[in-house]
Each structure stands twice: as C-alpha cells, then as structure tokens.
Ligand binder design. Sequence first.
Ligand SMILES: Nc1ncnc2c1ncn2[C@@H]1O[C@H](COP(=O)(O)OP(=O)(O)OP(=O)(O)O)[C@@H](O)[C@H]1O
Length: 353
Amino acid sequence: MLREEELKQIIGQLQDPFLHKSLEELDAIEEIKIKQEKSHVSLKIGISKTNTAEQLQLQQKIVEKVKEAGAESVGLRFHELPQETIAAYQDPSSNQSDSLLSAGSKTTFLAIASGKGGVGKSTVSVNLAVALARLGKKVGLIDADIYGFSVPDMMGITKRPVVRGEKIIPVERFGVKVISMGFFVEDNAPVIWRGPMLGKMLNNFFNEVEWGELDYLLLDLPPGTGDVALDVHSMLPSCKEIIVSTPHPTAAFVAARAGAMAIQTDHEIVGVIENMAYFESEKTGEKEYVFGRGGGEKLAEELRVPLIGKIPLQQPDWDDDDFAPSVYGEDHPTGQIYQSIAKQVTNIIPVKA
Ligand SMILES: Nc1ncnc2c1ncn2[C@@H]1O[C@H](COP(=O)(O)OP(=O)(O)OP(=O)(O)O)[C@@H](O)[C@H]1O
C-alpha cells in the first residue's frame, strides 16, 4: 500500500541540485498521485533549472526511492520553480558564471547609447570600461554595435576568444573582458542581424560567454534611434544607460530621442557625457569650442540626469608602447577625465553588495 505522506517524506529529503536545499524546504513537490491498483505513482516536481544533466540525476534518484517504497512504475514531470523561490535560496556568490541574467546576479548592465553615429560612443565605452577596471572593478564589455563593431580595433585586440566546453571565453585587455560581434565575422564582412537571429546572438553574449563574476557589464549599443538600435534596446535585460552627445545644441535634440527610446524600452538613464567638447591648445591652454557649446548641459537638463563628463577633442597617444589606438593612458589628461567619470559612475551606481 503506497501512502502519499510517506512518499512525500522520502522525496522531500532529496535536494535541488543547484540550490542545494531539500525539495521539502523548497516546497517543490507539487503533486503526488497514486494509482493503488497499478502501484503507479505520478509526480510533479519543481527544480531550479530544467532540462539539465542534474535534472536527469535527480529524476533517477526519485524513481529509485519511489520504487523502493513499493511502486511498480513512476511518472515524473519537472517544471521550473517560481523565480521568487530561486532568488530566495540562491547563493549570490555562486552561479555567476551560469547566467548574468539570473535573479541573484551582482552585475550591473550599463549601456552606452547615442542619438546618431560618429559621436564617440564606442570610444567612450572602451575608455570608461578601462577606467572602471583601473579602479579595481570587475568589468566586461559587449560590443553590441552590431554593424559598426569597432571595439577590438580600438583596444588593439588581435586575439580571438577561445571556446572551452560550451562556453566562449572573452578576450581580456586592459583588465576588461571583451566580446564583440567582430570576433565572429570573417574578414570584417558586414553583417545583417535582424529579429530572431539578433536576439539569439545577444542571448549568446549573455549566456554562453564565461564572464565570471562582474561588477559592471558595459554595452556599446548601435548608434541612433532607428530599427536596429530599437531592436537591440528591447532585447536587452534592464540596463542603466549613459547617453553620449557632441556639444552642439542641436545634437542635444537628436540625443534626446535616444533618451526617449531608452525610457520607452525600460532602461534607466543615469547620465550624459559630452564628447569632443572642446579643443585645448597645447601651447596656450586656451579652449576652443570647435563643435559648439552647451549641448551636454542642455541634454542633461532635458533628461533630468547629471552631466558626468566633458571629453576634449584629442588625438589618442600614438606613441604608446602597448598599442591600442583609442585607449588613453591613465596619466594622459583625457585618461584622467575618464577616471573621474568612472568614479562618478561608481557613485551613481554602486557595485551591488
Ligand atoms: N574626443 C575625441 N577626440 C578626437 N577624436 C575622437 C574623439 N572621440 C571619438 N573620436 C574619433 O571619432 C571617430 C568616431 O568615434 P566612435 O567610433 O567612438 O564613435 P561612435 O559614436 O561609436 O560611432 P559609430 O556610429 O560608428 O558607432 C573615431 O575615429 C574616433 O577615434
């Protein structure tokens, strides 16, 4: 004679393979049905991650135990535990590499966007990522500018990521873990990613890349407010966002559209960076406002966020030994501006505890 209470107790002692808590504690036994005449037991069980090798092992253990209790046959169905349960029991320090998107993840996503192309969004993304790493933060960078991927060149990356098991290992440069669409494209060929393919690629960047533990994951978004930018925006997890603009007052109008798109797609704008803000004469130290003035302030005011930096118009350091065409050295005046921006970023969005 099979008894529900007894079976519940036996199965309840087994553990969820990922949360390492008993099924009883997780309230994971959803249903037990017994057909006495056939000695058949059917079960519905919750697990934190379905369709895994671990699920199969747990399944075998359950079947074994239920048969030991007298059942002839066992029917078993798994479903995913509620997110609240997973979040409540997940050890935040574990599982980081499994998915940055998991509820317990400590990673802040920080997207860098612009109203139009060529304003220096990628340059800012790269230098901000490096500056955060110089502050001792654990930083990743996704070059999600799917048509105009330029991060590998800007950082002087010549290596390609290696694949270990089923995971892609990002390339590390200046302490930043980098993944770019450019790594997966032959001979710099243009790519057309739309709809499901684009979503799949972005998903792979989050789930199939071995990021390890990250404090910040920066995303260099496609420029502008067109379809591609909108697609990428809406396919991302919820992000904090920085808008890059040039100083011309009309540029602020254009960039404000990017701001509107961020809000519409549920991303939170945390600041504005004005790039190519002025040219400073090496001889006299005088500033010339080549591209106009006031755009950054205007945009920040409109979006009701702080203006967290003004970056001058400048040539990168071509003489740098560790050649990376667009990364400024820590002692370079522009490098120092990036350090100050990075500090503000860590104040505005502190590393999650
Ligand atoms: N402050 C600056 N001073 C001088 N040149 C700069 C500055 N910022 C960016 N640039 C240069 O301007 C060009 C465009 O910059 P970048 O590629 O970063 O812009 P973007 O907005 O990401 O462009 P895209 O639309 O291609 O994504 C690059 O050649 C870059 O080196």
